[in-house]
Design a protein around this ligand. Sequence first.
Ligand code: HEM
Length: 778
Amino acid sequence: MASYSTMRPSVLASLSFPPSPSSCCTNVEPCGANVAFSKLSERGAHHTCTSHHHLPTSARSATSMPFSVACVREARGGAGVGVGPATSVYRKRWLKTTDHYLVTEARRSAGDAAVSPSPPIRKQVADSHSASLRRSVCGSSPLHALDCDCDRTRTRTLMLPSTSLRVCRGHLPPMATGRSAARPWEVDVEGMSCQRETLVPSPEWESVHHRRVARRRTQLKATTGRGERGALQGGEEEEDKVDKSKGDGGHAERTEGSGAGASKDTKGAGLSWISPDWLTSLVQGGMGTLRGPDQSGIPVANAKLDDVRDLLGGALFLPLFKWMLESGSVYRLAAGPRNFVVIGDPQAAKHVLRNYGKYKKGLVSEVAEFLFGSGFAIAEGEIWTVRRRAVAPSLHKEYLETMVDRVFGACVDRLVQKLDQAALERRAVDVESCFSQLTLDVIGKAVFNFDFDSLQRDSPVIQAVYTALKETESRSTDILPYWQIPLLCQLVPRQRKAAAAVALIRATVEELIAKCKAMVDKEEQEQGQVNNVDNDYVNESDPSVLRFLLQSREEVSSQQLRDDLLSMLVAGHETTGSVLTWTVYLLVKNPAAMAKVKEELDNVLAGRRKPTLEDTKSLKYLIRCINESMRLYPHPPILIRRANEPDVLPGGYRVGAGQDIMISVYNIHHSPQVWDKPEEFIPERFDLDGPVPNETNTDFRYIPFSGGPRKCVGDQFAMLEVIVSLAIIFQNFDFELVPNQTIGMTTGATIHTSTGLYMTMKRRERAAACAASEFVLV
Ligand code: HEM
């Protein structure tokens, strides 16, 4: 048998190996997952690791053979590159099968009729043609790979209208992989015609799933107390099997909420052994025996097992609201080993938020430290005081005016072009991802003077930010903070994924800082002096926050600067994107309000598409719509604090030192005791000629930007960005919701839709008459 090492160069060169049978994912990265593979390029022993689930089927099976991987990070991976597993066991097996493959191929090309290509090779050759037609677009959630052929044992048959396809579980949207009733979902297929298809679960899968759910329910009903936990564990073992067979849990980590009847991916709940019923009884009764009677006067929510799915990994704010209706506006909740006091009362919220000394960020700092480091969004004490004082002045009036004039409009204009194209092709667009891209572009320019250009090309940063934020939320409900143990972080796939996301974000930020530093130093060398910066300073060519901070020559370590800017990047990106998404959604659902907005825009801007800072003040109705949208969908919906010392809340509720607190902004904003018709979208509820509502003038009934010393530092920036964006977009387009969509809710740090928000759009006649583009990005 010819050996691989002797045959490799010549045979590989002579093989017309199909150009990239390709991994199923376009976002392959060397993420160092459980099974690492090394890539042996012909140039020598270049090794790179890539995650197991990113590799094509042939790489994972025992019968591995050469193939190529499109590695986006390294921009490598073409035809004729052999990939072999790195671990010795895999390498051995792989070499064996490669030898076999090469010999077989050699015999075949020498005309040996007895040899026919092995089935996998035939399959790959066939797929290499169709792969180019069906390139997956799974980089940008919630779009997922189609027909990826990862591993046949882990696939599920899905019915397309015309055919049936096999899709890897790991690449399906969460509602498809979840255990609750699945319903139709969508996958973007970048095929020849770029059509979108709707997939529904196959009838076999549905029936297996329903049987499993029914069995589990019966088990739970039949048991109580200790037994209940036993039953849950039993059920989980079964679910675990399902989960293990999932291969990649990555996508499934994006879970569904129960809003608007959305189905839920209860992965978190299913994998955890905690039962709030059990813990609630501990708090209600057991706590009396363990720690003495509960003197706090705070009612304990009767948390039910069914609700825990939402609590662990879903739209947490929804069960919190349900429990408020049952237990009152301040209640205690046992969630895992922690217990929280949940506040849905404006006065109690005001007390906690204003008394920052008594209440620190606590749990938030713990669970988000891996992302923000010592950034001032989560820092406490002296670091926070100093850094907030240093950064906040960068968002001064001159700066905001520059943003309105030179950044917001220019970025939105690119979105307009994108939507224009979709309108021409009568294509539906997921506006949620568009807004996420837009706000990343804006914050990139505003904070770093860097153009992510994510509207035009896929930015891995978006997914990385989402992954990192989702991880912070998961950590806050994890039963054990195992992620505090470094070794476990290296072993657990979810942690590795989060670490990779943070590494990517940090590397991006560090690179941007280095570039800007070099530029400032160069300028100063050329001018032979250090620039003095006053509070209104805006650099003409680079108005970014980074430039402001570097030029102000504050004493700060480069790591602190990185963490502060990263705080702004993360805090200012998702939040604003979500406000845009839900405001558009609400307006499209309320045509009368939309008509008023458009009328106002036409009056105030009179065909000029670009509002100035002054114009924004006149767009009063639009602003009220945004205010109302942030009431109904606050981002984040929950604020977390921890009591530094014992205290008494308004209403006489006692909290002990170390007590974790959730201020549910969602509860306050939706409370029937606080608002009339709280569930309705009524922009007029805020007086049109009155002040813009905030925490002060509503006495903490309305706190979308929080309140007290740790109130959002970017509130004005964000409002202006949303006003300018919507003003331009609504002048240009009429939107329509794609029918039969389920708009579910899920949370990262903000409220997301569970599977995107698809809309079609038409150019408004009036806008069509306007010139194509008036903005140039600075
Ligand atoms: C509509 C969009 C936005 C919303 C709804 C929002 C909301 C919030 C909220 C509620 C907090 C307080 C969290 C707490 O009390 O625990 C906060 C903090 C913060 N926000 Fe925003 N934000 C938005 C946009 C922005 C933007 C655009 C930036 C940056 C330019 C930004 C930067 C920050 C920072 C740095 C903090 C931490 C402040 C501190 O702890 O001192 N935010 N945001």
